[in-house]
Write a protein of this length. Structure first.
Length: 701
């Protein structure tokens, strides 16, 4: 496995950007032919087309877009375009990994794309791509809904052929790269993200998936995982002799490494007694058995963290529990991994990424049916009215209560996603999730109108999401979305203020607060965040809350340039690991406790590659957690504790970021005879004029 280099990544980006434009144009033409947005069906439609039109209109309403005369079918267009393109793309991924299967309940047979072409006539399809796409859909029912009206819609052949050519011309190397799927969706959203940012509009349900989409760098994922799960592993695999006699960190890592899992970023510190220990601590609050470890990524995107955790857990469980590769793969999927994501398309990618990784794991048996993956969309639209939902209960009183609660609780799910916290509702305790799932399955098995069926499928999806949102986890690991308060729409801004008052100034800190709420007592959060909340005055209460209530384990400052695809100073990132829910500082903040955490500074290197290397070798500092509360505004720093007298005790500036001495050293040019000591000094202007701002000179002495 390898990561895409710049050339291959650039090729993939150009292809995906072009594919989105083509696929959406094709979808608009196809939907326009059926008159989906028209009040009456066009007279030229056949009976089959009229049925499909009704199904598409019902599906469009469920997506949250009004499909009536005079309004665009934007959401439906995007849905059709995405599903058609990605079904073809996923089929190519499967084929290049020798995992595209001709469905057979007993003995699935691997086929190539060339063989799919030969099978097209027998399958009654136009070409091999349609055959491959159909096989992929049958293999991945949790991703591609077989009865979705989006797939019943046939794209115009001139567009379909261009899309097929785009897929076919991509180099095979792309489809075996470890990070290709992650880049696929970021590139799909790139143009939309640029348009929203340029428009400078408030960001809500329609804009959030694009604006907050940011692929996490592999080294960030590895650092957080190595210093959480890797540290837990170290505490159970190293002997007392190892801890006392190891020469350096590299020697400890060599003892812990598994095939393909080097744990390169796992850091250790040496105590005063000379004994080594993990820099992030011992994770004593986690279960002794990995079979009981519950893990959640609440912003799972395309599944980058989930796949990386999977690849760590499988060999660990094989070693600890004497499991075969196949048994360990299925146990990890069944018992450990959980994911939530506001964007349903990302959920499809995450599920596919996990399935693909499971199928190609060495000696695990290749393609076979997998346990149901615990990944759900937390941003599904309710769509139908409350009464339409409740009617699905068919007289079942408990089901009616559950559906009524779901409808009300998730009204703003497309905006709030994983921020929603059903555990705060009294009604949630009346809902038995397994019973609800069974009842919904029975309800959907009966004859239903198109609207009822779409509402029922949405209710099933929301029930899966609600169950995960209501859960408690030992470890929450993610890269949170970044969005300052000023850019949030009213629904999001109001919710953050009401439920996360101390963290409200950025969606990133709000999500950190929510991640801690997902945790069981002494559960752990491992997260990628922007760094500004560590020192800005507006986050003081939030810092105090975390420093007093939670145990900090490890903080790594990355500074600017941490993301390879983002240039300049846009995101200055940190990597943070902390435990939920144990008070370490007294309420009066008069006593510094013995609790310390580890700190690393990788902010000076300019590139992501250099920062990754710095995380492996930088000196690990030990920082007094209670002492941070005595800093001005409780700012979190990695400085040594022996601080000098603060500058504010000796000086004061009456202005902000200026020299404070312009009155002394700046004049108008006509006041001073020409002199080499003075330089021309361009200033801002108060009024708009043709020529201004060039009246000053400055003395640089």
């Amino acid at each position: 496995m390898f990561a895409l280099d710049r050339t291959l990544r650039g090729r993939l980006e150009r292809t995906v950007r072009e594919a989105r434009q083509l696929a959406e144009s094709a979808a608009r033409v196809a939907l326009g032919y059926l008159g989906v947005a028209d009040p009456e069906a066009p007279k030229h439609l056949s009976d089959h087309d009229r049925v499909l039109r009704r199904r598409l209109r019902a599906h469009g309403r469920q997506l949250g877009g009004a499909v009536v005369a005079g309004q665009e079918t934007d959401r439906l267009t995007e849905e059709v375009a995405y599903e058609h393109w990605h079904r073809m793309l996923f089929a190519r991924f499967l084929a290049e990994n020798e995992l595209l299967m001709m469905p057979d309940p007993q003995h699935p047979v691997a086929v190539t794309l060339a063989e799919c072409e030969d099978l097209a006539a027998d399958e009654g399809l136009r070409n091999g791509w349609e055959v491959a796409a159909r096989f992929a859909s049958r293999m991945l029912p949790q991703i591609f809904r077989p009865d979705s009206p989006a797939f019943s819609l046939v794209l115009p052949p001139e567009y379909q052929q261009k899309l097929e050519r785009l897929v076919a011309e991509l180099p095979p190397e792309i489809f075996i790269a470890s990070d290709a799927l992650g880049w696929v969706y970021q590139f799909w959203q790139a143009q939309r993200k640029e348009a929203v940012n340029a428009a400078e509009i408030k960001v809500g349900a329609r804009e959030l998936p694009a604006v907050t989409q940011l692929f996490t760098e592999a080294y960030m994922v590895a650092f957080l995982l190595d210093n959480s799960l890797g540290a837990w592993w170290a505490m159970r695999r190293l002997t007392e002799q190892d801890w006392n006699t190891a020469q350096d960190e590299a020697a400890l890592r060599d003892k812990l490494a598994l095939p393909g899992i080097p744990l390169d970023y796992l850091r250790f510190v040496r105590g005063e007694n000379g004994r080594w220990q993990p820099a992030a601590g011992d994770f004593a609050g986690w279960p002794e058995s990995l079979s009981k470890l519950k893990i959640l990524d609440p912003c799972c995107g395309s599944g980058h963290f989930l796949v990386a955790v999977f690849l760590l857990l499988v060999p660990m469980r094989m070693a600890l529990e004497n499991l075969s590769a196949r048994q360990a793969v299925e146990a990890v999927l069944r018992e450990n991994l959980h994911g939530l994501e506001i964007d349903g398309r990302c959920v499809e990618l995450a599920v596919f990424a996990l399935a693909l990784t499971a199928w190609r794991y060495p000696d695990a048996g290749g393609y076979r049916a997998l346990p149901e993956l615990h990944v759900a969309c937390s941003g599904l639209s309710v769509g139908a009215s409350r009464e339409e939902w409740k009617s699905l209960a068919n007289g079942n009183h408990n089901l009616r209560i559950a559906l009524d609660w779901l409808h009300g609780e998730f009204q703003h799910a497309p905006t709030l996603g994983s921020l929603l916290n059903p555990a705060k509702s009294k009604t949630v305790h009346l809902v038995a999730w397994d019973a609800l799932s069974t009842a919904m399955g029975q309800a959907l098995a009966k004859d239903r109108t198109d609207e009822e069926r779409e509402a029922g499928i949405a209710a099933q999806g929301l029930a899966r999401a609600a169950q995960l949102l209501d859960g408690q986890y030992h470890w929450v690991v993610t890269n949170v979305p970044y969005l300052t308060r000023g850019k949030q729409d009213e629904t999001l801004r109001t919710y953050c203020e009401r439920h996360h008052a101390a963290a409200k100034n950025d969606l990133a800190t709000v999500f950190l607060d929510r991640c801690l709420a997902f945790c069981r007592a002494q559960g752990t959060v491992s997260v990628v965040l922007p760094q500004n909340w560590l020192f800005l005055t507006s986050y003081r209460k939030f810092r105090e809350k975390l420093l007093k209530d939670d145990q900090w384990r490890l903080l790594a400052r990355l500074g600017p340039g941490a993301f390879e695809t983002i240039s300049g100073e846009v995101v200055k990132a940190i990597l943070l690991i902390l435990d939920q829910g144990t008070t370490y500082v007294d309420e009066l903040m008069t006593t510094a406790t013995a609790n310390t955490f580890s700190g690393l500074d990788a902010s000076q290197p300019r590139t992501a590659m250099e920062k990754a290397e710095m995380l492996r070798v930088a000196k690990v500092m030990r920082v007094d957690q209670g002492g941070q509360l005595r800093s001005p505004d409780a700012r979190v720093t990695l400085d040594a504790e022996e601080r000098g007298i603060l500058l504010e005790k000796s000086a004061r500036s009456y202005e902000g970021l200026t020299t404070g001495d312009l009155d002394r050293f700046v004049r108008n040019f006509w006041e001073i005879q020409e002199s080499k000591r003075w330089s021309c000094y361009i200033q801002n202007t108060i009024d708009t004029t043709y020529y201004s701002g060039r009246t000053d000179i400055i003395h640089w002495g």
